[in-house]
Ligand binder design. Structure first.
Ligand SMILES: [Cu+2]
Length: 145
C-alpha cells in the first residue's frame, strides 16, 4: 500500500464510518402545511415522523429555509381552552412515530419569506440531539372542507 492509498484509507475511516453509523435516520412522511384562506403571519405544519431505527432519536429543533422561525408546538385543552406550548424536545422510541396533526402536536411556521402556493413543497430540517439532521418535505394543502 503506497502512501496515497494509506491516506485515502485513513480518511475513509475518519469520515465514512461515522456517516455509515448514522445511516439509519428517521423519516418524515405525509408532511403538509395547512394553507390558510387569508394571509397569516403563521401557519401550521403536520406529518408523521417515523423512527425505524434501533435507537431512540430526540429532536431538539427545527428550521426551514422558507420561514424565519419554526418551532415544535403542542396544543392542549386547559380548563376548556385550547392552548399551545412549545416543545423543547421530542423523543421517538425505536419503531415509534410522532404524529403531528391538527389539534395536537404541530410545527409552528412563522415569518414566511414568500406567500405559499397550494401544491408547492417546503423543506424542513429537524436537528437531532446526536448532531444529525433529519430532512423532510411538507406539501402545501388546502384543508379538507
Ligand atoms: Cu402552535
Amino acid at each position: 500500500m503506497n502512501l496515497f492509498r494509506a491516506c485515502a484509507f485513513a480518511l475513509c475511516l475518519l469520515f465514512v464510518l461515522p456517516a455509515c453509523a448514522r445511516e439509519c435516520t428517521p423519516q418524515v412522511r405525509d408532511g403538509w402545511i395547512r394553507l390558510t384562506p387569508v394571509k397569516m403571519p403563521m401557519m401550521a405544519g403536520f406529518g408523521r415522523i417515523e423512527n425505524r431505527c434501533p435507537t431512540p432519536v430526540t429532536i431538539t429543533g427545527v428550521r426551514s429555509p422558507a420561514f424565519g422561525d419554526v418551532s415544535l408546538h403542542e396544543t392542549r385543552i386547559v380548563d376548556g381552552v385550547s392552548r399551545m406550548r412549545a416543545l423543547p424536545e421530542l423523543r421517538i422510541v425505536p419503531e415509534g412515530a410522532a404524529v403531528l396533526k391538527p389539534g395536537g402536536m404541530h410545527l409552528m411556521l412563522m415569518q414566511p419569506h414568500a406567500p405559499l402556493k397550494e401544491g408547492s413543497r417546503v423543506v424542513v430540517e429537524f436537528t437531532l440531539k446526536d448532531g444529525g439532521v433529519l430532512r423532510g418535505e411538507l406539501e402545501v394543502r388546502k384543508p379538507a372542507p
